[in-house]
Design a protein. Sequence first.
Length: 186
Amino acid sequence: MKRSLLALAVVASSTLVACGGGNGSTNAAQFPQNTDMWQGLGGDTKAPAAVSKVVNDAVTGLLADPKTAPYFANIGKPGHDSADRLTACLNLQFDALFGGPYSYPGQVVADGRLQTCDDMATAHADVGIPGCVFDQFIGDLAGALTADGVPQAYINRAAPVLVGLKGQVVSTTPMYLGPNTAQNCQ
């Protein structure tokens, strides 16, 4: 099931690249101080594809990592994000973070219609993510960014924003899913 979910996410993300990062509309840049990074990634013509590759590789890492994968088991189930919506919202978030002309949360085209991404606290409210799982995700993401050729200077500038989301993502009542989090989080 994880492989089919990943395949769906990759296909959806590839489709979104053609739509300018998956955005339903162009907004003012949320991180105008990072527009040089957007230009360095290829500007409006190439940066969405570069960001999409990072998102695809990060999702692959999330689903392959035994600490993080269990927290994505509900993707596509009733009452939870579809793989298409998750990928579109992640693309929007990273397009904005890397200085593109976007803001997160915002609107994306996912599942064939215009939708609004949830803010980080709402998106993670019922997931039960422990702090160590968030930390593992940040490590996996840094590895994906590095492997995809994102300059270290860009990673260093994006890291404080990403790490700053911890309070919105980590649960006050964490769930330790599987032995990997039970053994490694306590």
